[in-house]
Ligand binder design. Structure first.
Ligand SMILES: NC(=O)c1ccc[n+]([C@@H]2O[C@H](COP(=O)([O-])OP(=O)(O)OC[C@H]3O[C@@H](n4cnc5c(N)ncnc54)[C@H](OP(=O)(O)O)[C@@H]3O)[C@@H](O)[C@H]2O)c1
Length: 323
């Protein structure tokens, strides 16, 4: 089978397509024929060798695959060959024609959700759900600012928060991204590339501030976020690419807090809750993964360049077997 492999950490050019042996499912394992693989920013940090998790080389990147079950190992009861599934992490990597996963990492993909959409489920929606509910403790009637609402996590958060009864404010850096954020759930949108946009956000809350901020770029925004919080407000740090300097007094006067998390450290109970919520949202149509771009598997390097560029529009996915 064909798979992208990383033989040394480095820039996007280290992602190369190789012919490798097809994995075989052992006890409790499932082999998935990958029809689409999601590209997430953390795939690029791991490829660069700068992430908290440094896999042994060579490795195949990717945690989010969608496809059909090709084969199951002994003892697997939840899925059977031919079932449509999405993965929440894999054992062998998602950027491949076949991916091996533990049975617990494989979840049913509803008929009405395409494989490309299924490849944009676990990391984006899992992150958005856990940020909003487990870490942000967001409640219906509150106001949430999604600081970066045009990308994979932001679109998911906009859909979840809107369906949950929150007032949703979202930011993006392009007209296209702003339009997407509004269409997918934001009541009001703001351009984070324009000077003075944070004053506009505060104005939109009548000066009261927002209850929860889901922050995609804390190193740039954290200090300003604190000034946008309502009393008791929470900033949930989802993404961060450097250091930030803050005035902690902004927290004290508001009895506010800054929280951070990584999705991969979610507890089994949290993960089960996430999958149940995703199943319900996909079923009732409130969750609709947006695929902005599909690229052939061989163009993984290009996908890594694009996912780190501005102008996000939902998800970028890789499609094995396409030209
Ligand atoms: N903690 C975790 O477990 C976890 C899980 C998933 C993702 N993440 C992190 O969360 C971040 C977002 O992930 P993603 O998959 O949504 O990435 P993505 O699809 O590439 O989207 C990035 C988002 O950040 C926005 N952005 C760019 N500049 C910004 C600024 N100055 N202020 C606010 N937002 C800005 C982009 O908007 P424009 O392009 O429109 O400017 C876009 O909405 C990444 O840093 C990722 O590593 C963390």
């Amino acid at each position: 089978m064909k798979a992208i492999q990383v033989h040394q950490f480095g820039g996007p050019e280290v992602l190369a397509l190789h012919e490798v042996a097809a994995p075989k499912p052992g006890p409790g394992q499932v082999l998935v024929r990958v029809r689409a693989a999601g590209v997430n920013p953390y795939d690029t940090y791991m490829r660069a060798g700068t992430y908290a998790i440094k896999p042994p080389l060579p490795y195949t990147p990717g945690s989010d695959a969608a496809g059909t079950v090709e084969a199951v190992g002994p003892g697997v009861a939840r899925v059977k060959p031919g079932d449509r599934v999405y993965t929440a992490a894999t054992l062998s990597g998602a950027y491949a024609e076949l991916a091996l996963a533990q049975e617990a990492q494989v979840h049913p993909l509803p008929e009405k959700i395409s494989f490309a959409q299924g490849a944009g489920l676990w990391v984006p929606y899992g992150t958005a759900y856990t940020a909003l509910h487990h870490h942000g403790a967001a409640r219906a009637g509150e106001t949430v600012l999604i600081h970066g609402a045009s990308g994979g996590v932001g679109v998911a958060a906009a859909q979840l928060a809107r369906a949950q009864g929150l007032t949703v404010l979202g930011t993006a850096g392009t007209p296209r991204g702003l339009e997407l954020a509004r269409r997918e759930g934001a009541h009001q949108v703001f351009d984070h590339s324009k000077a003075g946009y944070t004053e506009e956000i505060l104005k939109a809350t009548g000066g009261k501030g927002v209850d929860v901020i889901l922050e995609m770029l804390a190193n740039v925004n954290l200090a300003a976020d604190l000034k946008l919080l309502a009393p008791g407000g929470r900033v949930v740090v989802i993404g961060n690419r450097g250091e930030a300097s803050i005035n902690a007094r902004e927290l004290m006067s508001r009895r506010a807090s800054i929280r951070g998390f990584t999705l991969w450290a979610a507890t089994p109970a949290e993960a089960a809750e996430i999958h149940a919520a995703l199943a319900a949202g996909l079923e009732n149509g409130t969750l609709r993964p947006i695929v902005g771009k599909e690229l052939p598997l061989a163009e993984a390097a290009q996908a890594h360049r694009e996912v780190m560029s501005s102008g996000a529009y939902g998800k970028i996915v890789l499609v094995p077997g396409s030209a």
